[in-house]
Write a protein that binds this ligand. Structure first.
Ligand SMILES: C[S@@+](CC[C@H](N)C(=O)[O-])C[C@H]1O[C@@H](n2cnc3c(N)ncnc32)[C@H](O)[C@@H]1O
Length: 196
């Protein structure tokens, strides 16, 4: 039942190092696009002051449930179905939202819905954290990301590595102010915004 994504094993440590710093208070954290559930299990274990709420497309919850059951963690909440393209989300408030390697998968209208949906959940000061590869206007995409982008678009023409400026402009439109944008291993970024 427990799926395994090698990329999660590689990036969960570096991501946790950031989350430890930025999620240092008791909080309810919504994760969108939780995938296998590896991240949810890892972060809930290492951040016991956080109630971690995983979510995924409704037909992809089994592996997350299996990680949760195995972990026995009380702060790892039962995952729920959340399709970010849907107008109504099954949650009304979160202190922070985390979304890893999902923005380049969903179509651009999904990115727009993500930003508006997240902004609607957060109160002032609430954080929105994303991890993944991004394009920047001042430099070419790294060769590994160029290849990844081609692979993504060949698989689904609506997917693709997003322009940081475009995502940040959307964030600003929804009262999310950029807090930091840090390089991560394998040409990924950790980027987070705060609601104002
Ligand atoms: C590349 S995977 C990343 C999964 C996980 N966050 C990780 O880092 O391993 C992208 C995820 O986005 C999810 N996804 C795709 N479309 C979605 C949508 N409309 N709403 C919510 N999640 C979606 C997929 O099911 C998949 O688990």
């Amino acid at each position: 039942m427990k799926d395994f994504a090698p990329a999660c094993e590689r990036n969960k440590g570096p991501i946790l190092n950031i989350l430890r710093d930025i999620l240092d208070q008791e909080a309810l954290v919504l994760e969108i696009g939780s995938g296998t559930g590896q991240h949810a299990g890892h972060f809930a274990y290492h951040l016991p002051h956080i109630r971690w709420q995983p979510s995924e497309l409704p037909d992809r919850l089994d592996s997350i449930r299996a990680y949760r059951m195995d972990s026995g963690l009380v702060n790892l909440l039962e995952p729920f179905g959340l399709d970010l393209l849907q107008p109504l989300w099954p949650i009304e408030h979160a202190n922070a939202v985390v979304c890893i390697n999902t923005i380049h998968i969903v179509p651009w209208r999904g990115v727009e819905k993500l930003l508006s949906g997240v902004a609607g959940l957060l109160s002032t000061g609430g954080l929105f954290y994303v991890y993944g590869p991004y394009r920047y206007s001042d430099r070419p995409l790294e060769p590994s990301n160029e290849e990844f982008d081609r692979w993504l678009r060949a698989r689904d023409h609506q997917s693709g590595i997003r322009d940081f400026d475009a995502v940040n402009a959307l964030a600003r439109r929804h009262n999310l102010t950029l807090v930091d944008d840090r390089p991560m291993p394998a040409n990924n970024r950790s980027i987070w915004w705060a609601k104002h």
